[in-house]
Design a protein around this ligand. Structure first.
Ligand SMILES: [Zn+2]
Length: 396
């Protein structure tokens, strides 16, 4: 089974026929179908499926524990299968599908690895349901405390603990998993590019250098519910005005600091056309090349809103292994080396001290987290071939 067959098997899962976008959220029925697909592919390829304490799925060619004990920990490729609301088909799945396809390619060439080779599907990367990005890899490395994770709630008030239990997984196991981490000698995440650098460079594949510092902050803007027709303007306590200040100050401060900032999610209570809101909750996403500038943006937004932004997550600047990136770039014919403003599981593993590299596959429009996200089939094939060469080189 080649890349095309693997790819088309995933296409219908969680696809909204109205928008063409995907809704694949952690621990939902769509997620269960995706996890079953992963388990099926592992079985078809004769790989051993292991689910870690957190629920991340690993498929192994070779015995990862024996090899780790012998100082030859495995080479793992993969990414995630979940999506943002109305996300594209490529963000995440391209990395998982390419990993299976790369293993097939390596085997067809008759290569016999000196280190075990694995494929991983990290659970809940986008944080679309419970608000924390890379929850699966953060729990795995201990960067997210299990008690905090269990108590996170989705929009319907369902806790992560309840969602995991409903999916039939043990909730008590959640937490740092040293046995799993010991198996991973090197991690390679292939991902669709979320920008247009490769279009400008005329190359199909790049190597990642670093992930910008980035985070999410919640702003609770309080007001007083009242009648939209009978309450005089002077008597109103309207938190929607604070929201306007949040949005425009985020833009202004980001421009000033050379960062990007986004208010992409708000919750309005009671959310009635003819009611002054009692409360508006807004989420700010801010990223930039330096932590100081990102912090300055958040501070400016807090000042404009008159409240202290509540930090839900923050990831410091994460540089990938420089020697590994240079080796991978050289192996791929001096592939360009790019930084990114997007967070990835690879960044969480790198921060935990695991030698990690990323490959980016050209995105003709640069659009991501949208139904129009795309990669040309020949670029996807180039990505698989690049990943196969890198894995082969590292597992030699
Ligand atoms: Zn992704």
């Amino acid at each position: 089974m080649g890349f095309d067959d693997l790819w088309s098997a995933l296409q219908p899962v969680g696809r909204d026929p109205r928008t063409g976008g995907y809704r694949r959220f952690a621990w939902t029925s769509e997620d269960a179908v995706l996890r079953e697909w992963f388990a099926g592919e592992a079985a078809r390829c004769g790989l051993d499926l292991v689910v870690d304490r957190v629920g991340n799925q690993w498929a192994w060619w070779g015995d990862p524990d024996e090899a780790a004990r012998a100082g030859r920990a495995g080479v793992v490729a993969g990414s995630h299968l979940d999506s943002v609301p109305d996300g594209g088909a490529y963000d995440g799945p391209l990395g998982v599908v390419s990993a299976f396809a790369a293993i097939e390619a390596i085997r067809e060439r008759g290569f016999s690895p000196a280190r075990p080779i694995g494929v991983v599907n990290f659970v809940d990367e986008e944080g679309a349901r419970f608000g924390i990005a890379c929850a699966g890899s953060r729990l795995l490395t201990g960067a997210l405390a299990p008690d905090r994770a269990r108590a996170l709630t989705d929009a319907d008030g369902v806790t992560m603990a309840e969602a995991i239990a409903a999916a039939g997984r043990p909730v008590a196991d959640l937490g740092r998993d040293d046995a799993t981490l010991a198996r991973v000698g090197t991690f390679i995440e292939l991902h669709v590019e979320q920008g247009r650098a490769l279009v400008d460079l005329g190359r199909p594949v790049a190597v990642g250098s670093s992930i910008w510092p980035h985070g999410r902050w919640r702003l609770d803007l309080l007001g007083e519910a009242n009648h939209a027709g009978t309450t005089r303007l002077a008597d109103r306590h309207d938190p929607m005005l604070a929201l306007a200040a949040v949005i425009s100050s985020a833009r202004g401060a980001a421009e000033q600091q050379g960062c990007v900032a986004t208010v992409g999610k708000v919750r309005v209570e009671p959310n009635g056309v003819n009611a002054i809101p009692s409360r508006v909750t807004a989420w700010l996403d801010a990223r930039g090349p330096r932590e100081g500038s990102v912090r300055a943006v958040v501070e400016a937004v807090g000042t404009a809103a008159g409240v202290q932004p509540d930090e839900e997550s923050f990831t410091a600047d994460t540089a990938f292994d420089v020697v590994l990136a240079a080796r991978v770039s050289a192996l791929l014919g001096e592939a360009p080396v790019l930084g990114t403003g997007a967070g990835h599981d690879a960044g969480i593993l790198a921060a935990a001290g695991i030698p990690t590299a990323m490959l980016f596959v050209r995105n003709p429009t640069g659009v991501s987290h949208s139904p129009t996200e795309y990669a040309e089939p020949e670029d996807c094939v180039a990505g698989v071939e690049a990943l196969a060469r890198v894995v082969e080189d590292l597992a030699r």
